[in-house]
Design a protein around this ligand. Structure first.
Ligand code: AMP
Ligand code: ZN
Length: 113
């Protein structure tokens, strides 16, 4: 069993505010939100990052993106949103379990800092 923060959330060993769940993915509110809507969408399977993706994970990633689209619609993010995957040290990744940040409810600047 993985000794990983988000795996523990998947196994309900740590609390989270779930907003969506099925057999493959879990979505829950970020504990330190950076926007009015800030949801993390993760595979239930432990994958460390985008850099660790295998070809067989393509359908799973597509499923996560479709979940993001559906959650954005459910949250009324009709003016747009941002889907972010920080990867590795330079990418600012702090939890080594693949997660997509769904951010919305305000306008975001570009480029990122
Ligand atoms: P990243 O920096 O891209 O790896 O994002 C990790 C995210 O996980 C951050 O936005 C944190 O606020 C969030 N986070 C860390 N611990 C928890 C937790 N226990 N529940 C919900 N979100 C968390
Ligand atoms: Zn994990």
């Amino acid at each position: 069993m993985e000794n990983c923060l988000f795996c523990k959330i998947v196994r309900n060993e740590l609390p989270s505010t779930k907003v969506y769940e099925d057999d493959k993915v879990l979505a829950f509110n970020d504990i330190d939100p950076k926007a009015p809507t800030h949801i993390l969408i993760i595979p239930k399977k432990h994958i460390a990052s985008i850099a660790a993706l295998e070809d067989e994970d393509c359908d799973l990633v597509a499923h996560i993106i479709r979940t993001a689209k559906q959650l954005a619609a459910a949250k009324g993010l009709d003016n747009g949103f941002r889907l972010v995957v920080n990867t590795g040290r330079d990418g600012g990744q702090t939890v080594n379990h693949l997660h997509f940040h769904l951010l919305g409810g305000r306008a975001f600047s570009w480029p990122p800092g």
